[in-house]
Design a protein. Structure first.
Length: 226
């Protein structure tokens, strides 16, 4: 909206009569000018809100496309890896290195220990590890998330989020995190493990868009950034 009200303010050099006339005219126009200024401010705010919404929609579309691409790549890799693999069966005893696909998510895992169990490989990182180097994209809006080996956790919550690194890690285990909510107050809780040789219990994710992948080295070094 254009502000059309024009003032002719009084000047010190004006005569008393002219000064008074201009002063009364200026004051009489102030209400109209205020209304026009407020309307202009409302228009600016509306435009800013629309621009922000458009930017958010664009980001959401980009993330959705990335997730779809990642999912397609994961499916292709798993299809190749699963050749010769059979479904995991609860209660069956497996040897180290045995390869089975999970009925829960159809991804393929290798046995890390000798033994049997009733927990699906996708939920049992102590005994099973992903059979490929691909990380499974896992968006999360929860305030607290427990990351699993082989996951790429994408933070999508509207409020601050905490991600716990995988429990009981072994050398070579991998996981990753992506700050995909535009915030600067996300946190990694290292779940009792060291990271880069440090013993800090937590790390703050201060940069929107941050992406980091970790591999577990050993108990002395802990998680290292790849």
């Amino acid at each position: 909206m254009t502000i059309t009200t024009v003032f002719d303010p009084p000047l010190p050099t004006d005569s008393a009569a002219t000064f008074n006339s201009k002063a009364f005219d200026t004051i009489s126009k102030l209400n109209d000018w205020t209304d026009e200024a407020n309307s202009t401010a409302d228009d600016v705010n509306d435009d800013a809100t629309a621009a922000a919404a458009s930017q958010a929609d664009a980001l959401a579309s980009k993330l959705a496309a990335a997730a779809s691409e990642s999912s397609a790549a994961s499916s292709a890799i798993d299809a190749a890896t699963s050749a010769g693999a059979i479904a995991w069966v609860s209660g069956t005893t497996y040897a180290i290195g045995d390869k089975r696909w999970s009925p829960a998510n159809l991804r393929t895992y290798r046995r890390r220990t000798v033994g049997a169990g009733t927990t699906d490989p996708s939920l049992d990182p102590t005994n099973w590890a992903p059979a490929t180097d691909d990380l499974q994209l896992t968006p999360s809006t929860a305030s607290s998330t427990n990351a699993l080996i082989g996951q790429r956790v994408a933070l999508r919550g509207a409020l601050a989020q905490v991600v716990y690194s995988p429990a009981s890690p072994q050398a070579g285990d991998r996981w990753a995190i992506k700050v995909a909510n535009g915030r600067t107050d996300g946190t990694i809780n290292w779940n009792g493990s060291k990271h880069e040789g440090l013993s800090d219990a937590t790390s703050t994710l201060e940069r929107p868009g941050l992406s980091a992948e970790f591999v577990y080295i050993d108990a002395t070094y802990g998680w290292g950034i790849i």
